[in-house]
Write a protein that binds this ligand. Structure first.
Ligand SMILES: CC(C)(COP(=O)(O)OP(=O)(O)OC[C@H]1O[C@@H](n2cnc3c(N)ncnc32)[C@H](O)[C@@H]1OP(=O)(O)O)[C@@H](O)C(=O)NCCC(=O)NCCS
Length: 183
């Protein structure tokens, strides 16, 4: 189990702390709210996804492959985000075969625009750098895009194909980019 948080950082607008297993309810709730904000998903599908995510996140929090950061304002959690250490293939000019993947970014609507997501991304970057990770990946929602670009994230040439259906079926898109990314 991930122990009590050794990494509490006092801020003028609340505190950022690393999460532990006791925070799983919050992390699952924030992830569900994130999906509700960015995609049309039925409550039944969200319930099912919550159960799967809880198991997935618990296992990885225990092994340290997943870290989560929570911002609290006056003792209340108002934002969170996670970073997952993901296996990737080796490639020239990059050391190691682990990438940091940023996911599950969510700020309560009443606390948006206060810099919480920005602080979480910075913590996630610090946490990943301290573990020697050379690259951080993410899929940005329209809400998140500005936060990430301001912090130096750039677009890649990633492509995708949905393999569940006939060969010619396209992934549903909104505008130019698909919004069915894995967050
Ligand atoms: C994306 C999200 C996490 C950003 O959270 P946040 O805590 O509001 O982000 P920040 O306060 O760090 O905002 C960073 C920038 O975006 C602006 N911004 C973000 N949301 C804003 C809002 N609702 N009102 C005003 N400005 C906002 C900030 O002003 C800031 O820009 P600035 O530095 O030029 O002032 C939040 O909007 C959210 O939870 N959205 C729904 C779920 C989602 O899309 N998650 C991301 C998945 S990739």
């Amino acid at each position: 189990m991930v122990g009590p948080n050794p990494h509490r950082v006092a801020r003028t607008r609340g505190t950022v702390r690393t999460a532990n297993l006791r925070d799983l309810d919050l992390l699952v709730r924030h992830r569900r709210l994130m999906w509700s904000a960015i995609a049309r998903i039925s409550p039944k599908e969200l319930d099912a996804a919550d159960r799967v995510y809880r198991r997935w996140a618990r296992a990885r929090l225990k092994t340290g492959r997943l870290a989560a950061f929570i911002v609290e304002v006056r003792g209340e959690p108002v934002a969170s985000g996670c970073v997952w250490l993901m296996d990737v293939q080796p490639r020239p000019q990059r050391s190691g075969t682990t990438a940091a993947y940023l996911l599950s970014m969510f700020t309560e609507p009443g606390h948006r625009g206060e810099g919480h997501a920005t602080r979480i991304v910075r913590e996630a970057v610090r946490w990943s750098r301290a573990r020697g990770i050379a690259v951080m990946l993410l899929h940005a929602s329209p809400f998140g895009e500005r936060v990430y670009s301001q912090l130096g994230f750039t677009h890649t040439a990633e492509m995708r194909k949905d393999l569940r259906h006939g060969a010619r079926r396209r992934v549903r898109t909104s505008g130019k980019r698909s919004h069915r990314a894995e967050r």
